[in-house]
Design a protein around this ligand. Structure first.
Ligand code: MRU
Length: 331
């Protein structure tokens, strides 16, 4: 992605390999500061994932692949174990670790394997953009949630890839960005990415989405996914499910953009997806400042599950697929 920095524009990925270390944009600092976080050990990489310096299912996968490369052939098995315990919900992490385990077993160069994994993911997102762009007609108003952009994938994004492509083609579009409490990935990261691209957008409080639908100000919903099961149920950032319910109530199409690496065909239904629960402080504090009643408990599931019946279609690198077609990917 091209970012506009004080020293001029720079092409950068969410995460990359340089000078024998894993480097990433520290997403905790955005949009206030553009900082690069270097990771020199597997533990550094695991903590970067856990603390959400890097986040978004495909970007976590790429980061973990580089983490295994840092460990080298002798440390690969232990690295895979440690990295596999960082964040449980996203499928891509395990896809990436399986990829690296296979390369380690065959004695391949792990740095080259991780770079190839990252490059394949970027190309996949570019293809998702091509497949999804026709869903965005001239003048459409799209609602998205969380950040399924270049920061979450390495480059291009999943949900944002069709938006970028439509914008490149000169089509007019407007993006509603729900803020995404508690960590504000929408307000901080998606809004930052759209601003870098010059795509017209506005941020709204999560609770304001119903007003948008009731006023007929949304033409389609386009979100990413962390894990999609064989039945087409899928997990994504908490708050996605309620948008799908609103979309159905108001007759608005609801699309999910994701690479095939996010599909977990061994899991049949959404109830079986492990849902990460994060700290209570993420809810009771904003930016490290307490905002809630002192002593009150908090509930903080990082993801929710949307049933397949609420999904209009999935947008993948292979094209557009209805939920009932997901199972056929097993072939
Ligand atoms: O907790 P996060 O920020 O890692 O959650 C990210 C999301 O839910 C994204 O929508 C999803 O990973 C798709 S990213 C292309």
């Amino acid at each position: 992605m091209r970012v506009n920095l004080p020293g001029g524009p720079r092409d950068v990925k969410a995460v990359w390999w340089e000078a024998g270390e894993v480097r990433m944009i520290d997403q905790r600092a955005l949009p206030e500061r553009f900082e690069i976080l270097p990771c020199r050990s597997v533990e550094d990489v695991a903590r970067a994932i856990e603390s959400m310096a890097v986040r978004g299912a495909p970007a976590i996968g790429v980061t973990a692949a580089y983490g295994v490369a840092l460990a080298g052939e002798t440390g690969a098995e232990a690295a895979i174990g440690r990295l596999g315990r960082t964040r449980p919900t996203g499928r891509d992490l395990f896809h990436a670790l399986d990829w690296m385990a296979a390369r380690a077993r065959s004695g391949g160069d792990l740095v080259e394997a991780a770079k190839a994994y990252a490059a394949a993911g970027e190309e996949t997102c570019r293809l998702i953009g091509m497949a999804g762009e026709p869903l965005l007609p001239e003048g459409c108003r799209v609602l998205t949630h969380c950040n399924a952009g270049a920061l979450a994938t390495g480059d291009h994004g999943t949900a944002t890839a069709p938006m970028r492509r439509a914008h490149e083609l000169g089509r007019r579009l407007f993006v509603w960005v729900s803020e995404t409490r508690p960590r504000l990935q929408g307000a901080r990261l998606t809004a930052w990415e759209l601003a870098q691209e010059g795509i017209d957008h506005a941020i709204l409080a999560d609770g304001a989405c119903g007003v948008l639908f009731a006023r007929k100000q949304v033409d389609l919903v386009l979100v990413g996914a962390d894990r999609i099961t064989a039945s087409g149920d899928f997990a994504n950032k908490v708050g996605t499910y309620e948008k799908a319910v609103l979309a159905r109530e108001h007759g608005v199409p609801f699309y999910v953009a994701a690479p095939l690496s996010t599909f977990d065909l061994a899991t049949e239904r959404g109830e079986a997806i492990p849902i990460e629960e994060r700290s209570e402080e993420e809810v009771t504090e904003v930016g490290g400042v307490a905002v809630a009643n002192p002593g009150s408990r908090a509930f903080n599931p990082a993801f929710d599950v949307t049933p397949a019946r609420l999904v209009t279609a999935f947008v993948t690198e292979k094209g557009i697929m209805r939920p009932e077609q997901v199972r056929s990917l097993r072939r």
